[in-house]
Design a protein around this ligand. Structure first.
Ligand code: NAP
Ligand code: MG
Length: 498
């Protein structure tokens, strides 16, 4: 911990000292009621990184009470919409101002390369707050064509106390996808970050207070899923739950939220097809296939994990992909030269290597990678080599189950009909990619694919202007764009006899 931290700026060092980081409840930084803490690990070294309060049911109780009070009985819900706009803009500016420091914290905690955290995660988080800053003054109700003896109109009101549970793959960005629309609509929040990556959420908590978010409006409770997360989704005073994570936990959350019929939105796993036709721009498609799977070490819910390649070019295309994947520089995220980093945890490291073994037993060929990358300068970091598997059939486990690592399963296809059928043969439906110069084919396939997002001649294009979410078991509800407003408001119809 000490050695690692010497080269880092003061702001980051302060965050990862051995003293434990507190959590944010009712505008105050507090220890867990139990006094317990837990250690987070630096994925690049496997060594302890920081010590964080381990919140559980008692802390969730306090946090929900603070959020309830802030919603029911504080100036927050009386704040003018234009004031909320200014508040969200201040948050966006503060994130920008602290970009380098937040990027370093994110890289230390998650492992992702600094190039990605500083050029994507952190600026995208700021842009999400900036985008939602525009909405408070544009959340309209309607007047309805009622019987003239009456006047009828609707109000769009906040839902109330929102429990938000986020994963470790894009920690700050996921916090912003959840917090920005919730605040724009006037809700209060209890946020539970993932146990692997709590640091940037806590730093964001400091920035929220600096921006002037009133006490109790955002509470951040660090802790484990089944205890802290479980207490939050079961709590009778929580009105809405927003969750991003695995499909398995998503199902548990739906069951647990039934007690008081919370409004639920779920952004879950994926096994997205990325489809390359012979008539595609080959250079673009090669880059798209590569970035589609290896961005963030493949720990992306919409990663293009099933790479469908037209039969006639299958060997050539996958050979070239394997050559690129084999030559990419893997190393610690803080090293500016690194282009692919370690996986987030020992658990993910074991899980991904386990799936590669399953693939080998299922009879696939390993074109490149297929093993850990440890020892020497990489030490005991959770590095797995970028892996290209060929000879994959769509019904194999590696093509059906979420691996969540730098592993692409390349599957050949005959024609349009064949690939649409195979691409849709999955329980998931989060995203899909299509590479072709034939515009009609692109549109036909975009309609035929059962997925919440389809990218044509691009991949992983994400922007707060456009909705994101899943078909089938990839969840329900759409985040981003104006669609988040539906998740964080409810409609009231008011009748008046005139
Ligand atoms: P996960 O268990 O679904 O975790 C996501 C979040 O839910 C975390 O904050 C987690 O807390 C919390 N959680 C876990 N169990 C809970 C419960 N019973 N009640 C309430 N909250 C709970 O994901 P994971 O274990 O980190 O990763 C497992 C797999 O999920 C990955 O390999 C990947 O396939 C998938 N995944 C998908 C996404 C996505 O963006 N769709 C993101 C991450 C992972 P803890 O931090 O304590 O676990
Ligand atoms: Mg888990």
């Amino acid at each position: 911990m000490q050695q690692e931290s010497q080269a880092l700026p003061e702001a980051v060092r302060g965050f990862i000292t051995p003293s434990s980081k507190k959590m944010l409840i009712g505008g105050k930084w507090v220890d867990a009621a139990s006094g317990k803490t837990f250690i987070t690990v630096n994925p690049a070294t496997g060594q302890p990184l920081a010590q964080v309060a381990e919140g559980d049911a008692e802390d969730i109780e306090r946090a929900v009470a603070a959020a309830r009070k802030a919603f029911d009985d504080s100036p927050w819900t009386q704040m003018k919409p234009a004031e909320r706009t200014r508040l969200l803009l201040r948050i966006a500016d503060l994130i920008d101002q602290h970009r380098d420091e937040l990027a370093q914290l994110e890289t230390l905690d998650n492992g992702k390369v600094i190039l990605e955290s500083s050029n994507f995660d952190i600026p995208a988080a700021a842009e999400t707050f900036r985008y939602y800053a525009g909405w408070p003054t544009k959340i309209y109700g309607e007047t309805n064509p009622s019987d003239p003896a009456f006047f009828n109109y609707t109000l769009r009101e906040p839902v109330g106390v929102c429990g938000q549970i986020i994963p470790w793959n894009f920690p700050l960005l996921m916090a912003s996808w959840k917090l920005a629309p919730a605040l724009a609509c006037g809700n209060t929040v209890v946020l539970k970050p993932a146990e692997q990556t709590p640091l940037t959420a806590l730093r964001l908590g400091e920035l929220l207070l600096a921006a002037g978010v009133p006490e109790g409006v955002v509470n951040i409770v660090t802790g484990y899923g089944p205890t802290a997360g479980g207490a939050l989704v079961n709590h009778p005073d929580v009105d809405k739950v927003a969750f991003t994570g695995s499909t398995e936990v998503g199902k548990e959350i739906l069951r647990a939220s039934a007690g008081n019929l919370k409004k639920v939105s779920l952004e879950l796993g994926g096994k997205s097809p990325n489809i390359v036709f012979l008539d595609a721009d080959q250079k673009d498609a090669a880059m798209g296939a590569f970035m589609g799977i290896f961005l963030n070490q493949g720990q992306v819910c919409c990663a293009g994990t099933r790479l469908f390649v037209e039969q006639k070019m299958y060997e050539e295309f996958t050979d070239a992909l394997a050559t690129t994947a084999g030559s990419i520089k893997q190393g610690p995220g803080l090293d500016k030269e690194s282009r692919i980093g370690p996986l987030v945890s020992q658990e993910q490291f074991d899980r991904v290597l386990g799936y590669i073994d399953i693939g080998k037993k299922e009879g696939v060929q390993v074109k490149t990678g297929g093993e850990a990358n440890q020892g020497g300068a990489l030490g005991k970091g959770y590095f797995v080599k970028p892996t290209v598997l060929t000879g994959v059939k769509n019904d194999m486990r590696i093509a059906q189950e979420e691996i969540f690592g730098p592993v692409v399963s390349a599957i050949p296809f005959k024609d349009e009909e064949d690939v649409v059928r195979q691409a849709n043969q999955t329980v998931y439906g989060l995203a899909a990619g299509v590479w072709t110069k034939d515009v009609s084919k692109a549109h036909r396939i975009s309609r035929a694919l059962r997925a919440g997002t389809v990218w044509v001649n691009c991949y992983n294009q994400l922007d707060p202007i456009s909705p994101f979410g899943g078909y089938k078991q990839s969840g329900f509800g759409r985040e981003l764009g104006r669609h988040s407003l539906d998740l964080y408001t409810q409609v009231k119809s008011v009748w008046l006899r005139v």
